[in-house]
Ligand binder design. Structure first.
Ligand code: ZN
Length: 291
């Protein structure tokens, strides 16, 4: 749920960089199929406008030998990425690295919890081999969010994950992740997705599904204790002079911090804390420290 700028490479830059490194025979074979790769990219662009990627034609499960684009088989195009891009020491790998570093190490799918390790095919190459080296189908991702291994993609629009380059602005600029403070020892902050009701049904479904697919309820919760423990200790010491209203204002500074992701765990947690009358007014006399 971090929006990323679309890579500054066009649809065939990576394909052409790969063919540039091939021997004569392979280059001729791949270049002959360039129009079909371009056609797949045009189809992808059209479906990106309507966010209906699930409707793009799919390759069959298995069947690596099946011809899917011009003279090229599904296996040819999957290997083009694995061998021609990832293992390249030349221009294809330079493009790969440029796309990867643009995320600055922060995974866009899980709102910065994970560290980006590899590029993820938003549309898995086993299902959409014609897009295996399309730069706009390659998204930096952490290990937990990289879905390539599963190689599935939903057939329903409602279930499509949020695309960090190409998706609707509302997923990034409007609040749809919330949290509530649960008064218990230790304090619990529970995250949930609740997209605005004025959103189209499809977008509400997609946001909720993204939250589930990336396991954000648990992964956000796992971030809480490291922040909440020290905060409660502060409230019992240096911040003990604050009235509930002053403490609330103190928490709201972080809840409103535009440098943090709107739907990330930290802003969401601080909003829940400052909106909790109990949290702002208790003296934490018991064993409230998160552990
Ligand atoms: Zn991630």
């Amino acid at each position: 749920m971090r929006k990323l700028t679309i890579p500054a490479f066009n649809e065939l830059d990576l394909f052409d960089a790969c063919t540039g490194e091939m021997d004569e025979v392979a280059r001729r074979e791949f270049t002959a199929s360039r129009p079909q790769i371009q056609a797949a990219a045009i189809d992808f662009a059209a479906h990106s406008v309507t966010r209906t990627w699930c409707q793009l034609p799919r390759a069959r499960h298995g069947h690596r030998e099946e011809i899917v684009a011009g003279e090229l088989s599904k296996g040819n195009l999957m290997d083009l990425y694995d061998e021609g891009v990832v293992k390249s020491k030349g221009r294809p790998r330079d493009i790969y690295d440029a796309i990867l570093v643009a995320a600055q190490g922060r995974c866009p799918y899980c709102a910065d919890i994970g560290t980006t390790r590899t590029l993820d095919h938003y549309l898995p190459k086993a299902k959409f081999p014609g897009l295996s080296v399309h730069p706009h189908n390659l998204v930096p991702a952490c290990r937990d969010c990289n879905t390539d291994a599963g190689a599935g993609f939903p057939t329903s629009q409602n279930l499509q994950p949020i695309h960090p380059y190409l998706d609707k602005e509302c997923f990034f600029s409007e609040r749809w992740v919330h949290a509530k403070v649960i008064r218990c020892e230790p304090v619990v902050v529970s995250f949930f997705s609740a997209p605005p009701v004025h959103w189209p049904d499809i977008d509400q479904h997609r946001a909720k599904q993204h939250f589930i697919d990336c396991n954000l309820k648990d992964r956000f919760s796992s971030q809480v204790s490291g922040e909440l423990g020290p905060l409660i200790l502060q409230r019992k010491s240096s911040l003990a002079v604050f009235s509930p209203a002053q403490f609330e204002a103190h928490l709201r500074i972080i809840a409103d911090d535009v440098n943090l992701l709107l739907n990330g765990w930290k802003r969401t947690m601080y909003l829940a804390l400052c909106e909790s009358d109990w949290f702002c007014s208790t003296d934490f006399a018991g064993d409230w420290l998160a552990n």
